[in-house]
Structure formats: structure tokens, C-alpha cells
Design a protein around this ligand. Structure first.
Ligand code: ZN
Ligand code: ZN
Length: 205
């Protein structure tokens, strides 16, 4: 019995040291914090406009990390990962002027899921690791579907850059932008119920 446990433990240690759950994305996240800032005032500051080269690097860095995950992962959803990598690479080629992802605050309020509430063999669609094998699982559920559960650290970089669910491509960032736009229009409507003439006078006044 003792020998089984020892063997088992050493096996585990070996596996973790050989194969980390996912590539180190710390350089990606420091890049993202340079590109995006949390406060809208900061973002509107002229100097805060992202440099296209930085943007390209951010997309490429994440694509590279996803390639490593895909290579190391036997149960990978190949199609999904292919599409994610392809989308990242095409954004790297033609970086948008503005990151189309969601904000950290939005990610922070995502529903946390206990690993005990999931099927035993449930795994992360991105890295393919079984949640139950993670000694410190930190799982989030996207609002699109109850089975769309990911390791927070796997889906966070994707959400920051793309703002979509990798599985059904529901565009959360777009939903947020449209909701904000509507709110702005409401505010405008309420603040200036009529009339264009006044504005016209104002221009020449
Ligand atoms: Zn994962
Ligand atoms: Zn989804």
C-alpha cells in the first residue's frame, strides 16, 4: 500500500513538472494591461491609444500559447482551438484599432463554479485538463450556456481580446457595447427632448 502511494505521488509530481496545466501567460497579461486600462478616462487619454505593433504581439502571444495547449492536449476540441488560433492570427495580421474584448470587471463577476458540482470527467475546453485533477481549480461559467465552463485562467486572456464564448461564439463584448450605446441614447433623449434649432443657433451664436 505504501509503495503504491509513493509511486503514485512521484508519478504526479513528475507529471506536473513535465507538463504544466497551461503555458505561462504572465507576459501576455502585462502586455494587456499596457494596451487596455481599466478606467474609461484613462482609455480616452490620447497617449493611451494602443500601438498596433503591441496589439499584434498580444494576439500572436495568445495564439502561440493556444498552439502549445492544443499540442499537449489529447482530448482537445481541435476545431474550436483551430478557429480560436486562426482568429487570433488574423487579428495579429490586421490589428484592430481598439481591443474588442470584455473588461476585467466583467470577467471578475462571472459565475464561479465548484468542481464538485460538475461531472467527474468534465474538462476545460481550452486546455483539455480535467477540472478534478487541478489541485486549485478556479472555474467560471459563461452566461451563454450552463455547460460552458472553463478554467478562469484559460478563458480570461481570450475574453480580454475577443469577448466571445469560444464554444458558441456569443459575443458578450458586442452585447455590452450595444447596451451601453442604448443607455447613452436614452440619456441623450432625456437630456434634450427637442429640438434641433437650438443646437443650430448654438453653433453660430
Ligand atoms: Zn483550461
Ligand atoms: Zn457559450
Amino acid at each position: 500500500m505504501a509503495s503504491y502511494e509513493t509511486e503514485h505521488a512521484s508519478d504526479d509530481t513528475q507529471r506536473t513538472s513535465e507538463r504544466p496545466r497551461r503555458p505561462d501567460l504572465s507576459s501576455f497579461f502585462s502586455m494587456m494591461s499596457e494596451i487596455t486600462t481599466d478606467s474609461p478616462q484613462e482609455r480616452n487619454r490620447p497617449g493611451a491609444v494602443p500601438v498596433p505593433a503591441d496589439m499584434s504581439t498580444a494576439y500572436r502571444t495568445l495564439a502561440d500559447a493556444f498552439r502549445i495547449m492544443q499540442r499537449d492536449n489529447e482530448n482537445a476540441d481541435t476545431d474550436m482551438m483551430e478557429q480560436m488560433i486562426e482568429s487570433l492570427m488574423s487579428s495579429a495580421e490586421r490589428p484592430p484599432t481598439e481591443v474588442k474584448g470584455v473588461e476585467e470587471e466583467w470577467i471578475a463577476q462571472l459565475e464561479r463554479v465548484s468542481v464538485k458540482k460538475l461531472k467527474k470527467d468534465a474538462d476545460c475546453p481550452i486546455c483539455g485538463n480535467a477540472f478534478s485533477e487541478d489541485p486549485h481549480p478556479l472555474l467560471v461559467r459563461l452566461p451563454c450556456h450552463k455547460t460552458h465552463v472553463f478554467d478562469l485562467e484559460c478563458v480570461r486572456p481570450w475574453l480580454l481580446l475577443n469577448g466571445t464564448c469560444p464554444m458558441d461564439r456569443i459575443d458578450f463584448a458586442k452585447q455590452i457595447r450595444e447596451r451601453r450605446q442604448k443607455q447613452l441614447e436614452e440619456i441623450k433623449k432625456n437630456a434634450a427632448p427637442e429640438d434641433e434649432e437650438e443646437e443650430w443657433d448654438g453653433l453660430y451664436g
